[in-house]
Design a protein. Structure first.
Length: 465
């Protein structure tokens, strides 16, 4: 018989109620309540399976479906919510259903299922839905980078290795690299769905049910590919959680790298970017400050996302057979990661869409720091000099310029000839930023003609005309 003061789904063999301390530790409804819509949808599907197994009459099924629909509306509107004695989302919703339908009918829905397969099913449905929402935002961010890249295909900028000037590159090429990384994140989310969109429902506590249920039918109704083939695996496996948390952490890492670049670009020392006022903050003491807080928070939130992953992995390791209560700890890391990304990514999108670039500063900086030294070496190679020797000659040119505090293009014909007779005056044809960029026209290179091809391909992958 239902007891509104105690909605636990267990207790018949216990002579004493749970202690306050036990109840407080065990209670999860304060965070797993967000699974309520999925649990109710699953309950409706389970009711149909019970009906097909002749465990619910036609009238009982109609009443059960009407009850789950009413309860869904009440949950959505806030009319129905957990109370202090509800242990988890499942017990809370059973209490609500019994209040609507009575104990005799409301109590029938528990037949053939356990909280073990319920929560695993609810959780897969929740993550599946959130994966689509995150994918949409990541795609929107990739499009924002693509649009910025298309405006800067011919903009020269310094390319970096070890945060030192390396070679001039198209800034469009630089921006487009983030599109590729973000699209890999999108592919990971799709791959996650392909691998884990399977239903645990029907596994019961761990061994399935002796009742004539139809796990495959429930799976189809809940938009899973199929039911999981091993009932113990169905209730105990949480690799779908760890893989999802890895993807969210990797998205966080990519956002952090974006943030780090924006912080550098926005510094006075770089002076490459102007952030829109609406995506910046000021200082409470220094009136002149305009801070890249979104970029900095992107770096900070990445640590949080990584922590969600590593914390869950520590929980999941070394668990013995079947379901264990430790797995109650799987939800909060996922909820936190989802909430973090759903707030963070829109802010980063706005920042990227609205930023403008100081292209003259970037272009002036592109060839400095002896960034054209590789062009001298490759010019020599094209003239027949072995690269080992060409590398040494180019390095001697750099050393000479450093001693004179000049750049490579400031060297005279005599200076070049004194270093190597192979360095004729024709070497000057590669000592320009445009020449350096245009020369790198192999597939994947920074030549503007290749960058335009790359961006067109990205448009196709992003599904935009």
């Amino acid at each position: 018989m239902s007891d509104k003061k105690n909605s636990n789904l267990w207790g018949g063999r216990f002579k004493e109620p749970a202690s306050i301390e036990m109840a407080n530790l065990s209670r999860s409804v304060h965070f797993d309540w967000r699974l309520a819509p999925y649990d109710l949808r699953q309950s409706a599907a389970h009711a149909r399976v019970l009906h097909a197994a002749n465990l619910l009459t036609d009238v009982e099924l109609e009443s059960m479906l009407d009850g789950t629909s009413q309860l869904s509306d009440q949950v959505l509107s806030g009319v129905f919510s957990p109370i202090d004695t509800d242990e988890d989302v499942h017990s809370s919703l059973e209490r609500g259903l019994i209040e609507l339908l009575g104990a005799d009918l409301g109590g029938k829905l528990r037949a053939g299922r356990s909280r073990n397969d319920q929560v695993a099913t609810d959780f897969r449905m929740y993550i599946r839905e959130q994966s689509f929402a995150i994918e949409e935002l990541v795609t929107e961010l990739a499009i924002a980078f693509l649009e910025q890249a298309e405006s800067h295909v011919d903009t020269p900028a310094p390319g970096f290795t070890h945060l030192q000037h390396a070679q001039p590159v198209s800034f469009g090429h630089e921006l487009a690299k983030h599109c590729h990384a973000l699209l890999r994140d999108v592919e990971r989310l799709k791959d996650w769905r392909d691998r884990h969109n399977y239903s645990p429902m029907g596994a019961g506590a761990l061994a399935g049910s002796s009742l004539p249920l139809d796990p495959q039918g429930v799976a189809r109704e809940l938009e899973f590919i199929a039911a999981l083939a091993n009932s113990i695996d169905a209730v105990s496996a949480r690799d779908f959680v760890s893989e999802f948390l890895f993807v969210t952490a990797q998205i966080g890492i990519n956002l952090s790298r974006i943030g780090e670049e924006v912080v550098l670009w926005n510094s006075r020392e770089f002076g490459w970017v102007n952030l829109h006022d609406s995506y910046s903050t000021g200082s409470s003491i220094m009136p002149q400050k305009k801070n890249p807080d979104i970029a900095e928070l992107a770096r900070g939130k990445a640590g949080r996302l990584i922590g969600d992953l590593t914390g869950f992995l520590a929980t999941a390791k070394s668990l013995p057979f079947g379901y264990n209560r430790d797995l109650q700890e799987d939800k909060e890391p996922v909820f936190d990661s989802v909430d973090t990304l759903l707030v963070l990514i829109p802010a980063v999108i706005g920042m990227i869409k609205t930023m403008t670039f100081n292209t003259e500063v970037m272009a002036a900086s592109a060839p400095t720091g002896f960034a054209l030294a590789t062009d001298i070496a490759e010019w020599l190679v094209r003239a027949g000099t072995p690269f080992r020797k060409a590398h040494e000659i180019a390095g001697e040119c750099v050393a000479f310029c450093e001693s004179k505090n000049i750049e490579l293009w400031d060297m005279t014909d005599a200076d070049f000839a004194a270093i190597s007779p192979d360095l004729t005056s024709d070497v000057r044809e590669v000592l320009t930023t445009e020449g350096s960029m245009n020369a790198r026209d192999a597939f994947g290179g920074t030549a503007p003609v290749r960058v335009r091809e790359q961006l067109q391909n990205l448009r196709g992958r992003l599904g935009i005309a």
